[in-house]
Design a protein around this ligand. Structure first.
Ligand SMILES: Cc1cc2nc3c(=O)[nH]c(=O)nc-3n(C[C@H](O)[C@H](O)[C@H](O)COP(=O)(O)OP(=O)(O)OC[C@H]3O[C@@H](n4cnc5c(N)ncnc54)[C@H](O)[C@@H]3O)c2cc1C
Length: 365
């Protein structure tokens, strides 16, 4: 039996790695296990927009984590770049939202949260064939190039002394009363101290299969999202553009992502011809010049879906050495810094920056 660290985290996505980083910075020893290579699931597949789509339609509990994360992001990105030499390409390129029938709610939300906004100009809208409704321009909204963010995080936690064990699937737990005292994995058994489940879309299944019939089951299900990439040129699209429920995201190297679908297909991650055609039509109808550029990638990822998109962050009510940081649905990249900080503060007995009650297992999610 391998004795692991003060904290063992199951899942090396953005949530698990940022939680590991926070805990390690306090001096604790941390082990992170992942059934895959680190950072290759939803956190890799996402778009990296650092704002929920139409944030004024989201629950207040989401806004609080988003706003706190937005305050943390610039320094975090700068530090990661300085410490690892890997650039997560945090870019405040702005967000153009072409259709806002609920403009009153939109501007009230921006005012309440000190997000700068303006009516989009005709020049900004000119490249797009969209039936614009109250088009809105949010100049300070940023993106991160999430695959690079995950690479930098992986390097950073490694440099800081976190033990990262990849290709290690957790297959069982042995409980003694209200404690998990053994973790069974494909690389042998571990004796965990505090255990954190940050297993993204697999979290609900992990509880159902490995901890059946305990009170306090998170309701998290996989929601598939597909994305396309065009090899366009730098400057063709200056900002993120959101049109209805789909968007385009320009990377610094000129690539443009078109996303995304929202599908309930269980754990099937197949990238389908239908979604490819739908996303291609969306992108080229919205921005006809895109049709000139080749498609270079198409993928699918599994979001950790909850009914309202509110994540579970906190201690398990029954099992004393178990906690959870999962269920971030469509906004895990933007909510990650605040979520990681909140769980680390709870586990280390420090005051939390935000009230933690909306994220507890027994609150509505
Ligand atoms: C197409 C798409 C677009 C998106 N766009 C955005 C966006 O623009 N902005 C935004 O904020 N969010 C976006 N998201 C959502 C965001 O990507 C997720 O909310 C976030 O990545 C969740 O992070 P996570 O660490 O919880 O999950 P993951 O990154 O999936 O990590 C969970 C990890 O747990 C591991 N694991 C699971 N079970 C086990 C086990 N039994 N043993 C060991 N390891 C295990 C997995 O291998 C995985 O690496 C998007 C998602 C998709 C799919």
């Amino acid at each position: 039996m391998q004795t692991t660290a003060d904290f063992t985290i199951i899942g090396a996505g953005v949530i698990g790695l940022m939680t590991a980083r926070e805990l390690r910075q306090s001096g604790a020893t941390v082990t992170v296990l992942d059934q895959n290579a680190a950072g290759q699931e939803s956190s890799w597949a996402g778009g990296g927009i650092l704002l929920p789509l139409y944030p004024w339609r989201q629950a207040e509990a989401i806004t609080r984590l988003v706003m706190h994360s937005l305050a943390l992001y610039p320094t975090l990105m700068e530090t990661l770049l300085a410490d690892t030499g890997m650039d997560p390409e945090w870019t405040p390129c702005g967000l153009l939202m072409t259709q806002n029938p609920d403009i009153g709610a939109a501007t009230a939300w921006c005012q309440n949260n000190h997000i700068r906004y303006a009516e989009a100009t005709a020049a900004q809208l000119e490249p797009f064939c969209s039936a614009a409704i109250n088009p809105l321009w949010l100049p300070d909204i940023a993106q991160a190039r999430n695959p690079r963010l995950l690479q930098a995080l992986k390097q950073d936690v490694f440099n800081k002394g976190v033990q990262l064990i990849e290709h290690c699937q957790v297959t069982g737990f042995t409980r003694q009363q209200d404690r998990i005292n053994t973790l069974n994995t494909t690389q042998g058994d571990f004796s965990p101290g505090q255990l954190v489940i940050a297993s993204g879309a697999w979290t609900g299944m992990l509880f159902e299969q490995l901890l059946p019939s305990i009170l306090g089951q998170p309701q998290i299900a996989p929601i598939k999202g597909q994305m396309l990439v065009f090899a366009a040129k730098p400057g063709l699209l200056p900002s993120i553009v959101l049109d209805g429920d789909r968007y385009l995201i320009p990377r610094r190297d000129g690539n443009i992502l078109a996303g995304s679908t929202v599908e309930q297909e269980g754990f099937d991650k197949t990238a389908t011809a239908l979604a490819k055609q739908q996303l291609h039509s969306f992108a080229t109808e919205l921005m006809p010049t895109l049709a000139r550029y080749p498609l270079i990638a198409h993928w699918a990822g599994l979001r950790p879906g909850t009914a309202q998109g509110i994540p579970y962050i906190g201690k398990h009510p029954v099992i004393g050495n178990l906690s959870i940081n999962a269920g971030h649905f469509r906004n895990g990249l933007v909510m990650a810094p605040a979520s990681a900080q909140m769980l680390a503060d709870i586990l280390l007995g420090r005051p939390t920056a935000l009230a933690s009650s909306p994220y507890q297992l027994d609150s509505p999610h």
